[in-house]
Design a protein around this ligand. Structure first.
Ligand SMILES: [Ca+2]
Length: 81
């Protein structure tokens, strides 16, 4: 186990491990990973004025729809997930 000593660039990375014993035999192993440090995009849009007590909230995101959660707090302080 080892920590990477300096920050990786975002995106795909590969790791190559090598080892050699005292007799001169060597081995290597490889693996790949990916670094994502970019926040998703997210917008939300509530109707500015409506007479609908259960209004439709819209928005956009770079994530799949199932990854979004909403909490709506009304003027009485009641929250609805
Ligand atoms: Ca991301």
């Amino acid at each position: 186990m080892a920590d990477v000593p300096a920050a990786l660039a975002e995106g795909a990375f590969t790791v190559t491990a090598t080892a050699a014993d005292a007799a001169g035999n060597s081995a290597s192993a490889n693996d790949a990973g990916s670094l994502d440090i970019t926040a998703p995009t997210l917008t939300v849009d509530a109707p500015a004025l409506t007479n609908d007590a259960t209004p439709t909230i819209t928005g956009t995101t770079s994530l799949p729809a199932g990854a979004i959660s909403l909490v709506i707090t009304d003027s009485a302080g009641a929250s609805r997930p």
